[in-house]
Write a protein that binds this ligand. Structure first.
Ligand SMILES: [Fe+2]
Ligand SMILES: [Fe+2]
Length: 351
């Protein structure tokens, strides 16, 4: 879903910055000055005027906005710097659909903006949509560059906070609903694993640094799939033995891509190579067992299997979280039982 552009008109952009940042958490936001003529502005979802209305250039700017075709459907929130009735009257005469004090907290202004512009959505819905879009487009670029060469680790880093922020703000269920709507298989899978890993890390009470580490590792763990032929990667149903062997190379290939890219932390490297290893030695690519598999890898392996089970594909009926958890519990000997139980508690709210 594209929520549309919000324009902030400001006569003091430095002081409007906290508001602009808050608006950007829910929608695309552009900042313009009072010299804006609105001639070149495309479709608008809403306008916030953070300007001194008594100034002639402010009045001129809002009158020009009122004259735009279709303006009647665009909410205009005026942040007023005076408190008397005359200030509100002036704002309404200039087309304001809502007046708030310029001293109002940016979060409060954004709450009002969302009610005015998207009455059927909550702030959390919009945050999650926006963060999923941000993380998703970063992942798309990442997989495209990984097809032929190295990846840019700082851009992976920029994908971490959107996922953590969305899970913190909106919870895992909202994130899953958003990500399930994307039909690209690998894209959906990486964002599912990242959201699940972020929620698990949060539930385990890990430090901020470790939460970032887990989320980052989850985002790139399957980057090796960028070099697996589409016919194998997107094959509906079961793979034959040859296809499975090709598919399994994604773990060492991913490790190679990250090593060659430079700047990748050892945990992410280990997760990428070993996330299909099992405690009983039955996994791939190296057939590691118990002590050879580090904790972050064990954790990510659980998130990965769960995400693969609950993913939504056109040709298969969706599996519930409860069914997926019972499959994980049945993998005794392969996964760490205590971690699987803790994981179950982390995702218990998912339908
Ligand atoms: Fe994988
Ligand atoms: Fe995976």
């Amino acid at each position: 879903m594209n929520a549309g552009v919000i324009v902030v008109v400001s006569d003091r952009p430095d002081r409007s910055q906290p508001l602009v940042d808050a608006v950007r958490s829910v929608a695309e936001c552009r900042v313009v000055g009072t010299d804006e003529t609105w001639n070149q502005t495309g479709p608008l979802r809403g306008v916030i005027a953070d300007i001194t209305l008594s100034r002639p250039e402010a009045k001129r700017c809002l009158r020009l906005l009122s004259g735009r075709p279709g303006r009647a459907r665009t909410p205009l929130i005026c942040l007023t710097r005076g408190s008397g009735e005359s200030t509100f009257t002036e704002a309404r005469n200039l087309g304001a659909t809502l007046c708030l004090s310029a001293l109002a907290e940016p979060r409060l202004v954004v709450g009002s903006l969302v009610r005015e512009v998207w009455p059927d959505k909550s702030v959390a819905d919009l945050v999650v949509t926006r963060e999923a879009q941000r993380a998703g487009s970063l992942m798309t670029n990442l997989f495209t560059s990984a097809q032929t060469g190295a990846i840019d680790m700082p851009s992976v880093e920029r994908g971490v906070d959107p996922v953590l922020g969305a899970i913190q703000e909106g919870g895992l269920s909202r994130w899953l609903d958003e990500v399930w709507a994307h039909d690209d298989v690998t894209f959906q899978h990486c964002l599912l694993v990242s959201g699940v890993a972020a929620a698990f890390a949060q539930k385990l009470g890990l430090s901020a640094a470790d939460k970032q580490l887990m989320t980052r590792a989850a985002l790139v763990h399957d980057v090796g799939k960028s070099r697996i032929p589409h016919a194998v990667l997107n094959k509906p149903g079961r793979l034959d033995d040859d296809e499975r062997a090709v598919m399994q190379t994604h773990a060492p290939i991913g490790h190679e891509i990250l090593s060659a890219s430079g700047g990748c932390d050892p945990v992410t490297l280990a997760v990428t190579r070993y996330h299909h290893e099992m405690l009983d030695g039955s996994g791939y690519p190296d057939g590691l067992s118990a002590d050879e598999i580090a904790d972050p890898v064990r954790l990510l392996t659980i998130c990965d299997i769960y995400a693969a089970l609950i993913e939504r594909r056109p040709y298969k009926s969706p599996m519930s979280s409860r069914e997926a958890l019972s499959i994980l519990s049945g993998m005794e000997g392969k996964l760490e039982g205590g971690l699987v139980q803790a994981f179950g508690r982390a995702v218990q709210d998912v339908a």
